[in-house]
Design a protein around this ligand. Structure first.
Ligand SMILES: Cc1ncc(COP(=O)(O)O)c(C=O)c1O
Length: 553
């Protein structure tokens, strides 16, 4: 029970009548928040600010869960073996990373937050994985030491077709743009073709070009506010829409996002708020949340136990989106589908087609740039308009130096034309069945070997789940790397496959995945005392935090 629902229960139905209408609206809003900290973003930020830094020394590193000496010794032996392998195998890549890290803030951040902070320093020095890569081909990438890895990063979702395809699309796009060159302001004729295709794909009237998904979302929200003359946007708990402050309230953003409501996904109470509040301009939906409604992006740095959950109920999520769309329509709220991640990945016309929903505005990005950076907004004519005929000075300003850059437009044109070809269309035939089948086969193998690891997926977007309570699940990313499987810095929470993975490629990945889990299991990381629960593990971390706070005071 959340704080707000407890309060309502305490007041009782009769007493609610005594509360002023404004108070009722506020309570209703509060009840529409998800009970977790992803729903209570202010509390999340407050609590985050109270958590002091502390870390484990070498001994505690292996016994954070109270493991007995024999288990700790197994873990330590495995860790030293892995460390020797990393130092030998990734020497050049790690050396350049260490040198560059000092001057690249992003590397400092991602390097620190690959694993829970209590373990981070020791892991960084013992398992220097490195961030530099020399080449990509097929479904693999090669580091500076000449090691090949199967690419499970998916380039943050950009890589839908395989890196070779994007190299060709970029070259084709550059050839298209070559005569005009990098001229800005005037449009290359290929822009007109892109607009025509994007209108057909989105089913919407107009298009604007931006440089990133974040910017496309900014523009969508700005237009919704302009046309509705309302102030607030609604996003769902845990959903990522880029790093602009208004769509990222709470942890990660130092400024309060005062005109953002973070509400529970797939919730009747949310629909009631949308139906009754008059200050909501728009609702943002990231359809990727279908895989884990109300949970944030599953990064390994927050893996303090094994409570990560995921799994898609396509019918239920589609029904929810339909009701959401109806409610928005009835309340004059702009529905924005943020397809920056899911666009072209789930179906030719993206998640809108996959889940059967028609939004007012839709954002695209990532793969649509054909390998180059892009953000795109498509929308209804009345919402995309940036000025008022009857109030000529009341405009909605949006520009960007590099918008509709000829080389990006050329690569986008190559991508969109490619997506109309028969081979590209064929990629979607049986797509879900293929990837669901691969996930099920891998899960059957993991279960058959008694390994406490499973995968859950939304088509080619996967996440790794853990079935026994453990403080050490994040170690799997290092065992996977030792087996030649490359993950992004968020670790096992997000695996993204490109569509060019053949059965043989996937079989190789599955073999290595099982081998990695087997090795980690043998090294004792998944030992658990009888009766250990995830709750008990979280409580233990909480106790450590209190002790560290006391010590710091
Ligand atoms: C759904 C969604 N929206 C917006 C963005 C932001 O896009 P960009 O990183 O290009 O700014 C992302 C990026 O991951 C995303 O997944």
């Amino acid at each position: 029970m959340t704080l707000s629902s407890a309060l309502l229960a305490f007041l009782g139905v009769g007493a609610v009548g005594l509360v002023a209408p404004k108070g009722i609206a506020r309570l209703r809003l509060s009840r529409a928040k998800h009970g977790s900290l992803t729903g209570h973003v202010r509390w999340g930020l407050r609590i985050a600010r109270m958590i002091p830094f502390y870390e484990y020394d070498e001994a505690r590193f292996f016994t954070a869960d109270g493991a007995p000496p024999a288990v700790a010794a197994e873990r330590e032996k495995g860790f030293r073996r892995l460390s020797a392998l990393f130092h030998a195998r990734f020497a050049r890549t790690a050396a350049l990373t260490a040198e560059a890290r000092e001057g690249i803030s992003d590397l400092q951040f991602t390097g620190t937050y690959r694993v829970p902070f209590q373990f981070s320093r020791i892991v960084r020095s013992a398992l220097p994985a490195g961030n530099f890569l020399a080449r990509s081909a097929g479904v693999t990438v090669t580091d500076l030491d000449g090691n090949d890895f199967y690419d499970l990063t998916g380039s943050y979702g950009v890589n839908l077709l395989g890196t070779d395809a994007y190299k060709a699309l970029i070259a084709e796009g550059a050839a298209t743009a070559a005569d005009l060159g990098p001229l800005l302001g005037g449009l290359h004729p290929v822009v007109a073709d892109n607009v025509r295709r994007l209108r057909a794909i989105s089913g919407l009237d107009e298009v604007s070009f931006h440089m990133s998904g974040t910017e496309a979302v900014m523009q969508a929200v700005r237009l919704a506010r302009y046309h509705t003359r309302r102030s607030h946007l609604v996003r769902f708990s845990g959903a990522y829409h880029g790093w602009w402050g208004d769509v990222q309230p709470g942890i990660g953003n130092p400024v309060p996002a005062d005109r953002t409501y973070t509400l529970a996904d797939m919730s009747e109470r949310t629909l009631r708020v949308l139906a009754t509040r008059r200050n909501i301009a728009c609702v943002l939906v990231n359809p990727l949340q279908a895989l884990h409604p109300n949970a944030g992006a599953p990064g390994d740095s927050s893996l303090v136990d094994s409570s990560r959950r995921a799994g898609v109920d396509r019918v239920a999520y589609a029904a929810w989106l339909r009701r959401l769309a109806e409610t928005c329509r009835a309340s004059g709220i702009v529905l924005i589908m943020d397809e920056v991640f899911t666009g072209f990945r789930l179906a030719p016309h993206g998640a809108c087609e996959y889940f059967g929903v028609t939004p007012d505005l839709v954002t695209y990005g990532k793969t649509l740039g054909g390998g180059l950076p892009v953000g795109v907004l498509c929308g209804r004519h009345d919402l995309m308009k940036r000025y008022r005929d009857d109030r000529p000075v009341d405009i909605c300003f949006a520009r960007g130096t590099f918008n509709a850059h000829p080389y990006v437009m050329g690569a986008m044109d190559a991508f969109l034309r490619h997506m109309e070809t028969a081979p590209a269309r064929a990629l979607y035939d049986g797509l879900d069945a293929r990837w669901d089948g691969r996930a099920a086969a891998l899960n059957a193998r993991l279960e058959g070997e008694g390994l406490p690891v499973r995968v859950a997926n939304l088509s080619t977007i996967w996440t790794v789940l853990y079935t026994v309570p453990s403080r050490y699940n994040w170690m799997l990313q290092y065992y996977l790397r030792a087996e030649g499987l490359l993950l992004s810095w968020v670790g096992s929470g997000r695996i993204i496959f490109s569509l060019n993975y053949t059965e043989a490629d996937f079989a190789a990945v599955a073999d290595r995945f099982v081998a990695a889990a087997r090795a980690m299991h043998a090294d004792g990381w998944w030992w658990a005392a009888g009766g250990t629960t995830n709750k008990a593990l979280r409580r233990a971390v909480l106790r450590e935090t209190f002790v560290a706070r006391k010590r710091a005071a």
